[in-house]
Write a protein that binds this ligand. Structure first.
Ligand code: NOJ
Length: 463
């Protein structure tokens, strides 16, 4: 081998282990999971306050009244991000801080918290990515309209989005509309495991999903109307992830078809402005009530797609049936991380962006969440050697790097989560943070995975 070709193959090897230059590294959180201060500065109650204070809903009988106390410790938390070398931060705005009644009179003191946070982020060189709705619906809207069972909530969401965009878009360039619509539908309104704890019929569920999609579309329009020319907006969705069981052209195509059909009630409708024939045939009389105008609103053009990627939902095999695919059942022996639901399937973070980009010619994708919880017990020397989390992150980031090296347009990655927080119905029993939080003292301590992530960011390559 000549010196020249040896040199260039070295360069290729370096390129193939790195991320594109300018790749945005960040961490993610959400308001109810970290802020606490639920009764401060005029915040109204959310459906999660009501739910968490209802007996039997949270496995450790906790709530997020104080959570990590980020509302008071946000300056310290910005320093935690800075210590990682992160360049971006995805957080959510608590709608009930801004509109305590969900609509009507705003509460400027509530928005002021985010003004303070944005100033702190900017002073520390961190770019804000704001989610408008991470499930903490003002309780007043649940009481008045039945929450997302009604279009009234979609309209109120648009008004709230307009208000926020008008006041924050001088500093926030990227907005996410709704976080994980699919989980909010199924756990919040289907099996009652999340707030608002409803157990609706199939037709009720399809209507809730449609109303959320409508809320997304109306919010996109409101942000365009009240933001700035440079404002960008998109969803942050836990797409049903479909992976070719074996990477043959036929299985890859089958997984792509499955991705379109298994996301037909939300993301496919957003991207295509219609419910697919197969979806309508499958839901039959349970189909949501909608108009052609609804579909035009739902498919308002977006600037990027945010993807929350944790676990593969399905391994897919090409088949000769009417759908063109078969979903392989998960064997009982399939491994899982600390939460039983979190099956490690690192190739999900390669295939989901790949399918999304190909199906809809998407030009910009962010991984808006990825991470795992762990037992995270301090060792004898007091340190937290969370090598299970490092194994998980390394394997996912290796697959993500494979995607970016092939030109899949993933522009950033937000690790869930900056620090341990209130993990919904699992209370404080599932710790997802790079920093351990002692919930009694609120003290934050870096885990070994924080060093792994810092090193990865510094190299712009998997450490
Ligand atoms: C997705 C949700 O958006 C987030 O709130 C949650 O904590 C993580 N998954 C982990 O379950």
């Amino acid at each position: 081998m000549s010196a020249l070709s040896a040199g260039s193959s070295k360069a290729e090897a370096a390129a193939s282990s790195g991320f594109p230059s300018g790749f945005l590294w960040g961490t993610a959180t959400s308001s109810y999971q970290i802020e606490g201060a639920v009764n401060e500065d005029g915040r109204g109650p959310s459906i999660w306050d009501r739910f968490a204070h209802t007996r039997g809903t949270i496995s450790d009988h906790s709530n997020a009244d104080t959570a990590t106390d980020h509302y008071h410790l946000y300056r310290e938390d910005v320093q935690l991000m800075k210590a990682l070398g992160a360049k971006a931060y995805r957080f959510s705005i608590a709608w009930p801080r801004v509109f305590p009644e969900g609509a009507g009179t705003p509460n400027p003191k509530g928005l002021d918290f985010y003004n303070r946070l944005l100033d702190e982020l900017s002073a520390n060189g961190l770019e804000p990515f704001a989610t408008l709705y991470h499930w903490d619906l003002p309780q007043a809207l649940q009481d008045r309209f039945g929450g997302w069972t009604s279009r009234g909530t979609a309209n109120a969401f648009a008004d709230y989005a307009a208000y926020v965009a008008a006041r924050l878009s001088d500093r926030v360039k990227h907005f996410f509309t709704i976080n994980e619509c699919s989980r909010h539908v199924h756990l919040g309104h289907g099996n009652g495991a999340d707030a608002p704890g409803l157990k609706l019929s199939q037709s009720g569920l399809h209507q809730v999903r449609h109303n959320l999609a409508l809320g997304h579309g109306l919010a996109v329009q409101a942000i365009r109307a009240h933001g700035r020319a440079e404002t960008r907006v998109g969803p942050a969705e836990n797409v049903v992830s479909c992976i070719p069981a074996i990477e043959t052209p036929a299985n890859i195509r089958a997984a792509e078809i499955a991705t379109r059909e298994l996301n037909a009630g939300y993301l496919t409708a957003i991207m295509e402005g219609k419910y697919t024939d197969a979806f309508l045939a499958q839901v039959g009389n349970d189909a949501p009530k909608y108009t052609a105008e609804d579909l035009r609103i739902i498919s308002s053009p977006i600037d990027f797609i945010g993807l929350n990627v944790y676990t593969p939902d399905h391994y897919v095999v090409a088949a000769d049936n009417e759908h063109g695919f078969t979903l392989a059942p998960f064997p009982a022996s399939f491994p899982h991380m600390k939460p039983g639901w979190l099956r490690p399937g690192p190739e999900a973070i390669y295939w989901v962006p790949h399918h999304v980009a190909r199906l809809w010619n998407v030009k910009s994708i962010y991984i808006t969440e990825n991470g795992t919880s762990g037992s995270d017990q301090p060792a004898a020397d007091g340190k937290i050697y969370d090598v299970d989390r490092i194994m998980y992150l390394r394997s996912y980031l290796t697959q993500l790097q494979r995607a970016t090296a092939e030109g899949v347009p993933v522009h950033g990655y937000f690790l869930w989560s900056l620090m341990d927080n209130f993990e919904w119905a699992d209370g404080y029993e599932q710790r997802f943070g790079l920093y351990r939080v002692d919930f009694a003292t609120k003290r934050r301590t870096p885990k070994l995975s924080a060093s792994f992530y810092r090193e990865t960011i510094a190299r712009n390559a998997v450490a």
